[in-house]
Design a protein. Structure first.
Length: 217
């Protein structure tokens, strides 16, 4: 996993806490630790909740096998034999859910591992850079969002969308340390992963306008 991608994931969690942190109580290491714990705890909760889906699939397969005509014709004291199982849309949805949660869990483990590396790791350095630049330019960054989120009150935007935009705009305008396409693509992926169904297109549209308005290349 790329360090920058891990940094953006952790920065997103960190940004959710910024509004409640006073400058004189800013302890970056503590916030990073809380962010890692939040990510891993969320993954653990999702893994626990999905256990029921796994059990449901297992029970469905057991009952399907037991009630299959080939097994109903067999003597009661004979073990059921394996039978083909149809891949219903319901099972596909459950399996997609399992795969999605497994991916998040693996990602959380990777990010936690990378964030726990030496003090000067690329992950931590990039998060520090994004956060410090945002603190210096947050009014200008939010003004960019207000300008291009036509018809939307910035205070009523989905918090996750707003924080994703803040991170990406900060990277585009002030960090200048990653290709524009990478910054935008990964912001869109974060929106699809953590926010609403329409968030990816919304974030992509806003960032596209920021690029054009500021003549970024």
């Amino acid at each position: 996993m790329q360090a920058r991608r891990a940094a953006r994931e952790l920065a997103l969690i960190l940004f959710s806490q910024l509004d409640t942190i006073q400058d004189n109580k800013w302890n970056f290491q503590d916030i990073i630790l809380k962010s890692v714990r939040t990510l891993t705890n969320n993954s653990a909760d999702e893994l626990n909740s999905v256990t029921n889906s796994i059990l449901e699939i297992k029970e469905y397969i057991r009952e399907y096998e037991a009630n299959h005509p080939d097994n109903l014709e067999r003597p009661i004291d004979v073990s059921d034999m394996p039978v083909p199982v149809p891949m219903t849309s319901d099972m596909q949805n459950k399996l997609d859910e399992l795969l999605n949660i497994a991916e998040k869990a693996m990602l959380a483990i990777e990010i936690a591992e990378m964030a726990a590396l030496e003090e000067n790791s690329e992950v931590k350095n990039y998060i520090v850079k994004i956060t410090n630049e945002y603190k210096k330019h947050k009014e200008d960054i939010d003004e960019q969002i207000k300008k291009f989120a036509l018809g939307w009150d910035i205070n009523r935007l989905v918090k996750m969308d707003k924080d994703i935009l803040r991170i990406a705009i900060c990277e585009l305008l002030y960090v200048n340390d990653a290709p524009l396409k990478v910054v935008i693509d990964e912001a869109v992926e974060l929106a699809k992963k953590y926010s609403t169904e329409d968030s990816g297109a919304f974030v992509n549209g806003i960032l596209g306008k920021v690029v054009i308005e500021n003549n970024l290349k």
